[in-house]
Design a protein around this ligand. Structure first.
Ligand code: PAF
Length: 282
């Protein structure tokens, strides 16, 4: 497994793989890898003959009061996990490699970037779209793999790929959960034991909505009310949103009959967690 620090190194490695007629899968990550990330790597291994994983804690997607400084950085442990998965190349650049001095170009996927997480994290999706566009340009993969847990990110990136004609297929992999239902996240490691218990309520609220839909409720408002009723079991968490939206546009939908994304974000202690469930068309 090659560990590349510079764009020149990763480009040379990818050129060699292309020369060997490999199909390239890209898994962009910010490191602190867990089973959710490894599921993306395994999907990439299954679809592609060569896999590149990027590990880069992207400063531009963190707001000034967010956790950029304390975001876990575990490069050696991450590389050991990726080596076991037989990844071909890890790209772990410094910030200056991705954002050279004076870098000012950004990618803004207008409108959709201001919905869901984009409301309370202004600029977040511009940071995400910009860094992912850079990674796509650097690696030029055939397929790129993202997790459904970041449903709003997926919608923004799908739109970016379509609108900017990136010549790749975006593949979205299911949410990986802990045995008790909590969605895996690098930020779960911030949670105290009490907070970890409180975090369970996000998944419980989503399951309640699924149960209501299974029982025949299709209008969004009663479903949202049912979700909030469950979230109220944990009065210490601070709900950012509990929304029912179109998974492609992230706009609110009045009912779930055409399919919908039920998405929640909440602060548990100082940790912001997200989770969601996709409702198929009825
Ligand atoms: O999902 C993430 O880990 C990040 O947002 C990504 C896609 C690697 C961009 O920094």
């Amino acid at each position: 497994m090659l560990i590349a620090k510079t764009i020149a190194e990763v480009r040379a490695a990818v050129a060699k793989l292309r020369g060997d007629k490999k199909c390239i899968g890209l898994v962009p990550t910010m490191g602190a890898l867990h089973e959710g990330h490894l599921s993306l790597v395994r999907a990439a291994k299954a679809h592609c003959s060569a896999v590149v994983v990027t590990i880069f804690v992207n400063p531009t997607q963190f707001g000034p009061k967010e956790d950029f400084a304390k975001y876990p950085r575990t490069l050696d442990a991450d590389c050991a996990l990726l080596e076991k998965e037989a990844v071909d190349v890890v790209f772990g650049p410094d910030a200056a490699e991705i954002y050279p001095p004076g870098a000012s170009a950004v990618v803004e996927v207008a409108g959709i970037s201001d919905r869901l997480d984009g409301v309370s994290r202004p600029g977040h999706f511009v940071g995400v779209a910009t860094v992912v566009a850079k990674l796509f340009n650097i690696v030029q993969p055939d397929h790129a793999f993202f997790g459904q847990k970041d449903a709003a990110q997926v919608a923004v990136l799908r739109r970016m790929v379509r609108d900017l004609h990136f010549n790749l297929e975006l593949i979205v992999c299911p949410i990986v959960r802990e045995p008790d239902g909590v969605a895996m996240s690098s930020r779960n490691r911030y949670l105290s034991a009490d907070e970890r218990q409180q975090a369970l309520v996000l998944h419980r609220a989503l399951r309640r909505v699924e149960a209501e839909i299974a029982a025949g409720v299709v209008e969004s408002q009663p479903l949202i009310d049912a979700g909030f009723a469950v979230l109220a079991d944990e009065p210490e968490i601070r709900v950012d949103y509990f929304s029912i939206v179109d998974p492609n546009t992230l706009e609110d939908v009045p009912d779930v009959t055409a399919g919908a994304l039920v998405a929640v974000a909440a602060a548990v202690g100082l940790t912001r967690l997200i989770d969601n469930v996709l409702i198929p068309p009825r």
